[in-house]
Design a protein around this ligand. Structure first.
Ligand code: ADP
Ligand code: MG
Length: 635
């Protein structure tokens, strides 16, 4: 196609775009018809944006308020053309939107591509790169666009073969909006066909609220193409969320999700609700199947698509859900907000607060239902988003109990090491007389599963939750009880097993402690400043000694996080507990030589620190002492 152009320039795609193009063309090939879904999705977004901007500036509509998408084809030229009269793009828009991926962290993330196309193809949905899917079926894509409100001569032309570069130029474009011409690859001519296009549109884009039009087929008489065909709407053209739930098929909900969520995969769950009464709004919320790579980046897009009385108002309205639910996608359509609502107004409006708490409950209920009805899907959800949900108890006091019910933990009852145990599971297994929920935090499952802190629990058959995510200790500082039962860190304070220890147990412990009073005093002298306290332990069965954390002290995990972030951490000393029945402790008790006693005490103390996953303050001294002993042994 020859175009009257000016100011032509050839620009290179951003490196990441090149990589993605390659990945996309190869990995989506088995489902190539989705290119149409993606381009229609973009045209629909463009119409939404125009309608919104026209609220304040009606002149943008240039007299044509009937927004629609037209899809046409030319069998001879082997082209498929999409034509929308939405917001359009100017030269700058085209260069940035169709030449770069403006998501921070993309380059970093791309380094993690494995080269395995099957696995990598799942990553495509992470970028919002729908436009490039055109290159699955086309070996040249031309874009003609003009931004609404700019003069006809400020149209822009973009063209690329989907390799390293693209061309831009200025053109005249009398009609606003965007026309995209796909030059089909040889072998892909099947798409230049009315019946085929109609089927694809019905399958993937029926939910698009805008009319999608195809030229009316004139059956029978073979005639020259008319200058301007008659157009026929082929989709339902009504906003999906306005329809009654019972009439919407799962597939329709799924396709709609891909449009609003800019995702290529199906969601895990959704919840569609119409609220009537004091407030009137409809919400359609989705749980995605996969966490975006930038879930933990502050600037990452989050929030819902906001409509007011069916008119699109904004993307990423993040005032409707708390941060710990930032992975939820979907739409909210309000009848109460004003059409000229802004982010500033949203932040102050008390109506938003009550919507937020209702929507939060909806999401938590949806997750609860997912956990009950589809445990396998919930497992996947937990893998993807569990860490974010753990931010919940700190952020959302009111829903603490509900959120706690959704958490999953590794546990001493589950050798897989997976986070699969719920607090309800735990409570269903408590021992007679157990009124606490026991847990242990640490660096990794491998490290905590053999911790000496678990010895007494193993002996008594009491389950302990094993918490090894970085956020866990922080989480537990907000989660103090569940279902009326207190959480107890088994490495902290003077472990009191309450009714789980019988009166005889307690008596025996006291008696034994008495016999070791002398030893405890000697240890205090030997270890001096290194410990806050020395005492006889009832936590241990196999290990000689253990370190406990003071009731009010920072745990190791929190300490490490704070130190890593450069904060000064208050110095706290551990409590050194000894196992009175262990042969090493008995040996120590019988050791007459004070020097040897001191060396042995320090070795035991350092070993206890190592077992707790801590690093030694003076590792060289530890090695020296140990070697001294080894020499004496072999002498
Ligand atoms: P996404 O839709 O997730 O943003 P795409 O790759 O599908 O990603 O599109 C990239 C961008 O190109 C869009 O965000 C939009 O700014 C612009 N764009 C694409 N198609 C159109 C169109 N028909 N009209 C206006 N802008 C468009
Ligand atoms: Mg898109």
């Amino acid at each position: 196609m020859s175009v009257e152009t000016q100011n032509k320039e050839t620009l290179g795609f951003q490196t990441e775009v090149k990589q993605l193009l390659h990945l996309m063309i190869h990995s989506l090939y088995s489902n190539k018809e989705i290119f149409l879904r993606e381009l229609i999705s973009n045209a629909s977004d463009a119409a939404d944006k125009l309608r919104f901007e026209a609220l304040a500036k009606p002149e943008l509509l240039e007299g044509g308020a009937e927004l629609r998408i037209r899809v046409s084809f030319d069998k001879d030229a082997k082209t498929v053309t999409l034509d929308d009269n939405g917001i359009g793009m100017n030269r700058e828009d085209v260069i940035t939107h169709l030449g770069t991926i403006a998501k921070s962290g993309t380059a970093e993330f791309m380094k993690h591509l494995t080269g395995d196309q099957k696995r990598d193809s799942h990553l495509i949905g992470q970028f919002g790169v729908g436009f490039y899917s055109a290159f699955i079926v086309a070996d040249q894509v031309e874009v003609f666009s003009r931004r609404a409100g700019t003069p006809a001569e400020e149209g822009v032309y973009w063209s690329s073969k989907g390799e390293g570069d693209f061309e831009v130029a200025n053109i005249d474009k009398p009609e606003r909006g965007t026309r995209i011409v796909l030059h089909l690859k040889s072998g892909e001519e099947e798409f230049a066909d009315g019946w085929r296009l109609r089927n694809i549109i019905k399958k993937y884009s029926d939910h698009i609220a805008l009319p999608i039009e195809l030229p009316k087929e004139s059956h029978g008489e073979e005639q020259d193409k008319p200058a301007e065909p008659e157009w026929e709407t082929v989709n339902r053209a009504s906003a999906l969320w306005t329809r009654p739930r019972t009439e919407i098929k799962d597939e329709e909900y799924q396709e709609f999700y891909k449009h609003v969520g800019h995702d290529f995969e199906n969601p895990l769950a959704w919840s569609h609700n119409k609220v009537e009464g004091k407030l009137e709004y409809t919400s359609l919320l989705y749980v995605p199947g996969r966490a975006p790579f930038d879930l933990y980046q502050r600037e990452a897009p989050k929030g819902l698509k906001l409509y007011v009385q069916r008119v699109f108002i904004m993307d990423q309205a993040d005032e409707f859900l708390p941060l710990y639910l930032r992975f939820i996608k979907g739409v909210i359509d309000s009848n109460d907000l004003s059409l000229n609502v802004s982010r500033e107004i949203l932040q102050k409006d008390p109506v938003i607060d009550s919507m937020k708490s209702a929507l939060t409950k909806r999401v938590l209920d949806m997750l609860d239902k997912l956990a009950k009805d589809k445990p396998e899907d919930y497992k996947n959800f937990w893998k993807q988003f569990g860490q974010v949900l753990k931010e919940g108890p700190a952020e959302d006091f009111a829903n603490k109990e509900k959120i706690a019910g959704l958490l999953r933990f590794a546990s001493t009852q589950d050798a897989s090491g997976e986070q699969s145990v719920s607090l309800a599971d735990y409570l269903g297994r408590v021992k007679e007389g157990q009124d606490k929920i026991y847990y242990l935090t640490g660096e990794s499952y491998a490290q905590v599963k053999n911790s000496p802190h678990l010895e007494v629990f193993r002996k008594k058959g009491i389950e302990v939750l094993l918490l090894t995510d970085r956020i866990d200790e922080w989480l537990m500082s907000y989660l103090t009880e569940f279902d009326g039962k207190q959480f107890v860190d088994v490495a902290r304070g003077d472990l009191d097993l309450g009714k789980l220890d019988s009166e005889e147990d307690k008596k025996a412990q006291e008696e034994i402690a008495k016999t070791k009073e002398g030893l405890v005093e000697r240890l205090k002298t030997a270890l001096g400043d290194a410990v806050a306290e020395v005492r006889v332990s009832h936590r241990l069965t196999d290990s000689p000694a253990i370190l406990a954390i003071g009731e009010q002290d920072l745990g190791l995990q929190m300490r490490q996080i704070l130190e890593a972030s450069g904060q000064k951490v208050p110095d706290s000393k551990p409590i050194f507990e000894i196992n009175p029945q262990h042969p090493l402790i008995e040996k120590l008790d019988a050791e007459p030589d004070e020097d040897r006693f001191a060396d042995l005490s320090h070795i035991l103390f350092d070993q206890a620190a190592l077992a707790a996953g801590d690093s030694l303050k003076d590792p060289a001294a530890y090695v020296q002492r140990l070697n001294k002993l080894l020499v004496e042994l072999s002498a």
